[in-house]
Design a protein around this ligand. Structure first.
Ligand SMILES: Cc1cc2nc3c(=O)[nH]c(=O)nc-3n(C[C@H](O)[C@H](O)[C@H](O)COP(=O)(O)O)c2cc1C
Length: 189
């Protein structure tokens, strides 16, 4: 038996991305974005509302950073998705987090977040259906304590969050189920 849920963008997991920018006076803003994905090996694409302070800042500086939110900073991550720099000028200050200027782009790195992509604005794509901000990744900076013995990011060690839009909740990423491009080998014949 199956049940129809109607129109639902039923994609899971979605990321919990922290988009950090400077405004024209160097004031830091961070927003929470679940509608984002990798769109090339060196590109990340975000679907953002044009009215957000973040979008205004990206247009000014042509740069932003994208971090993966972790469970340690869940309160701050959620707050960044509720408050707007448009109406709360001290939004970032209120979070108590630490911003460090990126050496590559005119945008801040939020030191507490475990993984951060430093991006220059590659393109803004505005269609009848979506408003995409596409960033070119110039560097990915990672907290050393979350790197495993193979030099890879250990997502469980990092406590990286995902977003479940079915119940509007954050989840911790779980167990490895199998290796990709390997689990299906048997059926290849
Ligand atoms: C879990 C979560 C996910 C969100 N995802 C997005 C998103 O993908 N795109 C978007 O435009 N807004 C998204 N938002 C809303 C913005 O984060 C929110 O409007 C924020 O206040 C914008 O901040 P700013 O105006 O300071 O840039 C999300 C909020 C939450 C809580």
């Amino acid at each position: 038996m199956r049940k129809d849920l109607g129109v639902k963008a039923a994609v899971f997991p979605m990321p919990v991305l922290m988009i950090a920018t400077y405004d024209e006076n160097g004031v830091v803003d961070v927003m929470n974005a679940a509608w984002g994905t990798v769109s090339d090996r060196d590109k990340v694409s975000l679907v953002l509302s044009e009215s957000h302070k973040t979008v205004k800042n990206i247009k000014i500086n042509k740069a932003f950073t994208v971090s993966l939110a972790d469970v340690k900073n869940i309160k701050e991550a959620d707050f960044f998705g509720m408050a707007s720099g448009n109406t709360m000028p001290d939004k970032f200050e209120k979070s108590g987090m630490t911003a460090v200027r990126s050496g590559r782009v005119n945008a801040p790195i939020i030191d507490e977040f475990p993984v951060t992509m430093e991006c220059e604005l590659a393109e803004i794509v505005s269609t009848d259906n979506a408003y995409f901000i596409v960033g070119r990744i110039l560097n990915t900076s990672v907290r050393e304590d979350i790197i495993d013995e193979n030099g890879d990011v250990d997502i469980r060690k990092a406590g990286i969050l995902t977003f479940n839009q079915f119940n509007r909740s954050y989840y911790l990423t779980g167990e490895k189920a199998a290796t990709a491009w390997d689990a299906g080998k048997e059926l290849m014949g």
